[in-house]
Design a binder for this molecule. Sequence first.
Ligand code: ADP
Length: 486
Amino acid sequence: MDILSDKNLYRPFAYIDGNWVAADSGEQIDVDNPATGEVIAQVPRLGRVETERAIEAAHAAFADWRARTALERADILMKWYELMLEHKADLGRLMTLEQGKPIKEAEGEIVYAASFMRWFAEEARRTYGDTIPGAKRDQRILVTKQPVGVVGAITPWNFPSSMITRKAAAALAAGCTFVVKPAEQTPLSATALAALAEQAGVPRGVFNVLPGDAREIGETLTHSNLVRKITFTGSTPVGRKLMSQAAEHIQKVSLELGGNAPFLVFDDADLDAAVAGAMAAKFRNAGQTCVCTNRFLVQSGVVNAFCEKLAAAMNSDLMVGDGMQEGVNIGPLINEDAVEKVSDHIEDALSKGAELMIGGRRHQQLGGRFFQPTLINGARPDMKVAREETFGPLAAVFSFESEEEGVRMANDTEFGLASYFYTRDLGRTWRVAEALEYGIVGINEGLISNAAAPFGGMKESGLGREGSKYGLEEFMETKYLCMNIN
Ligand code: ADP
């Protein structure tokens, strides 16, 4: 890891109770660079026993952490925030190496990830309760908020840093302690966060990182009656499984799952603004985000004009390559399965009559996991791209006639995370915003994530919200005190 200016951020270990440890078995997981396929590190493959140890440590640390004042916890989170920004360049490089996203985007994610530390440091002091007029003359009613306890988190590879801080900052601010299993592809970003937590003064046992066997760690977290909350970001099938496992001890559950985001463009839209929004909402992280547009739904009068403008923007603005290289804004896909899924969606669409406008296959010069940004027109609801999340740089354009038909197509999915629409008509803005069955609606806006806003989905896209004041609630119990004053 010669490319890091602070070598202390490279920690190919697990972090339990303030100690850097290996797996009891000595087993390891290879971490590779998606741009080259080269193995860049090995981290411990932890299992049940180490997870139980981490849960015990988090449970032991809970008593002191919850007893601290909100300001004491906030000060530590602010220190952690500052350290993340100070080490932005190194954290970004580590992320690009193990995840593949372009270095500018990786640094952008570090700033975004750190913003949750700051946001929840500020919110920590505002976990207000309530007083409620008594139901009887001699009774008084108070409502207080308390941390839920030990939190078990499981996070994905597409946002290796921010999916951890969005959960951890809220949990720690509320007074909870935290055990996280990062994705096997991106453990180094997680352990680098732990190294900074240590420097920031997060006490031992409060924040633990367990790279390892996903199924075994998930089962151990959900079978423990010391873990009071499970928070997960990842695919819907794994979320469904964790939710059913969490039923054993009625653990609280938050789930941020898959999406199938529609992006509607109405006849009256500002097409240049819609294309700029489309580029932002489609190609970030090479299309590998759960809020990335999966379906462009464009009203028939402007569909060809929209496709031409989008094709022009894709040709002039997108540069595929190793994320470490200056100017690159589309990195490799995470693995070979991802390349195959995108290819399969394209082949399926073309075989059913869609028209290929740009791209269509693995990158010709670069090969490997690099994929050409692809545009298809004439997509239809019977194609895979209409039903499944592609998670890659494929822009599929469908057309619709009426507002009603556009909204019906947008809602015709079991998912309900992010949606977008472009119009300049005020009445339509309200109607469509209300009708979309999505937790997030971007209106004439393609970038919707920030720490101040509640992120989360409806239907099979999840439960609960992250970020914002609502994100803090997810880690607190509401307690009702009924007092007799005689
Ligand atoms: P993706 O397809 O994006 O990798 P997953 O849902 O498979 O989505 O992965 C998200 C996270 O869930 C990762 O940390 C992964 O290791 C973890 N995971 C995968 N399978 C399980 C499981 N059976 N139990 C618990 N966690 C799991």
